[in-house]
Design a protein around this ligand. Structure first.
Ligand SMILES: NC(=O)c1ccc[n+]([C@@H]2O[C@H](COP(=O)([O-])OP(=O)(O)OC[C@H]3O[C@@H](n4cnc5c(N)ncnc54)[C@H](O)[C@@H]3O)[C@@H](O)[C@H]2O)c1
Ligand SMILES: [Zn+2]
Ligand SMILES: [Zn+2]
Length: 369
């Protein structure tokens, strides 16, 4: 047993509490990671508020980065001293995993939201012995140390600052991967993102890397839209004061947008984005919405004859062990300025980090341990 300091989600919609917990010994297929930093993702807030099947009390957090301290007997891909980014876990043996589509792992809910090992045990407990859900996204990174599953581990260059590495685990992977792995816009395409948070702004950076020549960011906060311009957007729309569909049409000379990525999960935004596509355009949704949420889509003849595509995307369709090092390299070359999105916090201030993300004051909060 090792005593750790962790931020615990005890009740839905309540602030996290900092507690001393007991972390059990690593299993043969686990790795002990000393956490150096962790991002806070909107999905942590969704789960804290009861929007996913993870049982509470739980230690959330799924954008960890740190140093390997100890490896289980069956571990072959990392060694003590390695610097790692922690990404979403996957089973590795289902048909989707075998085909390199681990973002769509058939066991995704058990692997990432179950709050326990696959044998039903948890790695964390309160001093009185009460179990605390662990292994959130294979890691539960809101803790000074964690027992992490091997599929979550991505070895990275130790010279890169932790506040740059942490967001690569989920939010930045999701936005950038959606563009570079899934949508793959050809150079010269038009691209728009609805919602310019961490996911949306990562998509903006990736659209520039891909060679999109019209890059449009849509949000309600001018500060986020200014940042979008700084990192590669050619146009911005504040949809609080402007009509998004009219603006998208005007910017593209009436042609419509080739690729639109929705990070809001808001039905009215998705409906209007669908109507703003070009002929053969693609609309992809990554924003999380409550179960049962529906969006109206115009399937009438004028829409039909456009031959357009709708899809959802998980974790940027990426193979984390391939795509995260790619993003690190792009950052080192100055082509992926994700540090501009980050503000750092102490673990004591983790609830402020959540609040600042929700209010729009901070795009990507990163807790430094
Ligand atoms: N599919 C996946 O694999 C995956 C992975 C990570 C995160 N997510 C989800 O992606 C979404 C985005 O995550 P994030 O961290 O960037 O969140 P965020 O809250 O930082 O960003 C969302 C942005 O949308 C903007 N917005 C809200 N309503 C809007 C509207 N009507 N019009 C335009 N913009 C609007 C907000 O101002 C905010 O800037 C979340 O729902 C998150 O849960 C999905
Ligand atoms: Zn799988
Ligand atoms: Zn996330």
């Amino acid at each position: 047993m090792t005593t750790v300091t962790a931020a615990v989600a005890r009740e839905y919609r309540a602030t996290l509490t900092l507690e001393q917990l007991e972390l059990d010994e690593i299993r043969d297929d686990e790795v002990r990671v000393r956490m150096v930093a962790t991002g806070v993702c909107h999905t942590d807030a969704v789960v804290r508020d009861g929007g996913a099947p993870t049982p509470l009390p739980a230690v959330l957090g799924h954008e960890g980065t740190g140093v390997v301290e100890q490896v289980g007997k069956a571990i072959t891909t990392v060694s003590p001293g390695d610097h790692v980014v922690l990404a979403a876990a996957y089973c590795g043996t289902c048909r989707q995993c075998r085909a390199g589509r681990m973002a769509y792992c058939e066991n995704l809910f058990a692997q990432d939201f179950g709050g326990q090992r696959t044998d039903g045990s948890t790695a964390l407990s309160a001093p009185d012995g009460t179990p605390i859900a662990s292994h959130f996204f294979g890691q539960s990174s809101f803790s000074t140390y964690a027992n992490v599953v091997e599929s979550s581990l991505v070895r990275v260059d130790s010279s890169v600052p932790p506040e740059v590495l942490a967001p690569l685990g989920c939010g930045v992977n999701t936005g950038a991967g959606a563009v570079l792995n899934e949508l793959r816009p050809p150079a010269g395409s038009s691209f728009a993102v609805t919602g310019a948070g961490a996911v949306g702004l990562a998509a903006v950076m990736a659209a520039r890397v891909a060679g999109c020549t019209t890059i449009i960011a849509v949000d309600l906060h001018d500060s986020r839209l200014e940042l979008a311009r700084e990192i590669g957007a050619t146009h911005t729309i504040n949809s609080r004061s402007m009509d998004m569909a009219d603006e998208l049409s005007a910017i593209t000379g009436g042609e419509g947008v080739n690729y639109i990525l929705d990070t809001t999960g808001i039905p009215s935004v998705v409906s209007s984005a669908a109507g703003a596509l070009s002929i053969r355009g693609t609309l992809a949704v990554v924003g999380a919405a409550a179960p049962g949420t529906t969006a109206a889509i115009d399937i009438g003849v004028p829409s039909l004859v456009k031959g357009w595509t709708f899809k959802t995307i998980v974790q940027g369709s990426s193979v984390p062990q391939v795509f995260i090092p790619t993003m690190v390299e792009l950052w080192k070359q100055g082509r992926f300025p994700l540090d501009k999105l980050v503000k750092t916090y102490k673990l004591d201030d983790i609830n402020t980090a959540f609040n600042d993300s929700e209010s729009g004051a901070t795009v990507k909060p990163v807790v430094i341990f």
